[in-house]
Ligand binder design. Structure first.
Ligand SMILES: *Cc1c(COP(=O)(O)O)cnc(C)c1O
Length: 494
């Protein structure tokens, strides 16, 4: 089966997987979606015997149909190697009745590594296949974790350079430090005075500018995106849900065909969308729990069918989910609108203009299978403490948002539940130790807390943390949210 990609916003010509990866976003501003969601073509009973890499191949070969077996295996081998601190790549651990799918064993200790360690391989392979001569400029907005993971993936990759924008006051100290110490001659990091949505909007505007694209092309550059709107990020994220199902079988927790639940701490809706695709491929998933922090625009959407971004923005302890415009939701809207691009375009125009949209009852009826939930800051902290007390296991604030939704909405179902555990607690030491015992840890410095967390959890300090302790700061550019394009032009010498 040959899967092609089309835009969510118009019936323009279809493109191949490699072209969709290179472009990132469709010309009409829509997102690329596969023209059909392929079914898994191996029996579920074979999953327990597959390694992570083998599972990755079985999933990705279905979506990246214009890659040869050799090309795809090369990408997978290069990505999922000893950059990860465990051979399992994504271990599934049972704690207090739930199954935590640990997606933070890569280089930058957050789940973005799962896709961003393979994206540079997919991108350079795609460039070769399409005879691209230009240098590919990866332009990315980050709420904290994508930025570092993309920088780590693309640093010194020939034929590419990368520019990352992050909200100057909207990421954790460790996240910021990880980015501003990034090595690599082709890496650029810029803090903006604004929030993540501002950064994402600015990046989308640059992608949409034909005039800028032409000037870039003259200088031998073209943009691509490492954001989760890129199909080259979405597809690798499907893999670990399939892998988790195999692990549950292997651990004797379920029988072949048993349905499971999945809880995903959600921001841009990429991770949970991957779980939804996995379900549509035939993986037995009953309910997808979409867990939000206090920026609960998605919770409200699942409750009412109304998506309203006009609301107060909260900076929370789970900054990678401090998002009011969840880009990947567009791909779900496309599905529930019966794949009608006109409907999607109408909704997206309304979101851009009036700042809200309402879906029809018919569309809402197709959202069964999703349940929204959210955690306040207090509930998040309480859950970190609760899991620590119950299971001697320390989770980060993002995972805790999901765990709260698990305890309040999923724990009493008879289904086994997988919680996507999206970051190492070491990335958010202050929030985590505050949750456990604020009085005791309040006065300590960030790196002191690292040692404290090590003592509390018994989990080895990840290499990513050790490195940034001593690494010099090499990026200090800051600009206003209105100056993003000028900054890019200056960096590229346009
Ligand atoms: C990016 C991120 C999320 C949100 O994932 P989306 O795919 O944007 O919904 C959750 N947790 C962490 C730690 C992240 O880095």
């Amino acid at each position: 089966m040959n899967i092609m990609y089309k835009s969510t916003r118009s019936n323009s010509a279809k493109v191949t997987a490699s072209q969709a990866i290179l472009k990132g976003l469709a010309d009409d501003g829509g997102l690329f979606v596969p023209d059909q969601i392929p079914a898994l073509d191996i029996p579920l009973s074979s999953l327990p015997s597959l390694s992570y890499q083998e599972t990755a191949y079985e999933v990705m070969k279905l979506y990246f149909s214009d890659f040869t077996e050799e090309e795809l295996k090369h990408c997978i081998r290069g990505a999922y190697d000893d950059k990860f601190d465990t051979a399992q790549i994504a271990p599934l651990v049972k704690k207090d009745g739930a199954f935590y799918l640990e997606l933070f064993h890569g280089k930058t200790i957050a789940f973005k590594d799962m896709a961003l360690s393979i994206l540079p391989y997919l991108m350079t392979t795609s460039a070769k296949k399409n005879h691209v001569e230009n240098e590919i400029v990866i332009l990315t907005a980050t709420s904290g974790d994508t930025g570092k993971a993309a920088l780590a993936g693309f640093a010194d990759v020939p034929g590419t350079s990368i520019i990352v924008f992050y909200p100057k006051d909207g990421v954790s100290p460790i996240q910021e430090r990880q980015m501003v110490t990034q090595k690599g001659d082709n890496t650029h990091v810029v803090g903006i005075v604004g929030n993540f949505d501002d950064a994402q909007t600015g990046v989308k505007q640059m992608f949409g500018s034909k005039e800028l694209a032409e000037r870039m092309n003259k200088k031998g550059y073209q943009f691509s995106s490492a954001n989760s709107i890129n199909i080259g990020r979405l597809v690798p994220q499907i893999v670990y849900y399939v892998y988790a199902y195999g692990q549950l079988l292997k651990q004797g927790e379920i029988e072949c065909g048993d349905a499971i639940n999945v809880v995903v701490p959600t921001g841009n809706f990429g991770n949970i969308l991957a779980a939804y695709y996995a379900k549509n491929m035939g993986l037995p998933i009953e309910t997808l729990f979409c867990a939000s922090n206090e920026n609960k625009v998605l919770y409200d959407f699942f409750q009412t069918g109304n998506y309203d971004r006009k609301r107060e923005f909260f900076v929370t302890s789970s900054p990678s989910m401090d998002i009011l415009i969840s880009s990947n939701l567009e791909r779900l809207l496309y599905k529930i609108a019966g794949e009608d691009p006109e409907t999607v375009k109408g909704l997206m125009d309304a979101l851009g203009g009036a700042g809200e949209y309402q879906i029809t009852q018919e569309m809402r009826d197709k959202l069964t299978g999703f349940v929204g939930g959210f955690a306040t800051e207090k509930e998040t902290a309480d859950t970190i403490r609760k899991v620590y007390k119950a299971a001697d296991y320390i989770i980060d604030p993002h995972t805790a948002v999901a765990a709260h939704v698990y305890y309040t909405k999923a724990a009493d179902t008879s289904r086994k539940t997988v919680i996507a555990s999206t970051a190492s607690p070491y990335k958010f030491t202050r929030s985590v130790t505050d949750a456990i015992d604020k009085e005791k840890y309040d006065a300590m410095g960030d790196f002191e807390l690292v040692d404290e967390l090590n003592r509390l959890s018994g989990v080895k300090v990840p290499g990513a943390i050790g490195e940034i302790r001593t690494a010099p700061i090499v990026h200090d550019t800051v600009c206003d949210k209105s100056e993003m394009q000028q900054t890019v032009e200056r960096i590229l010498g346009l």
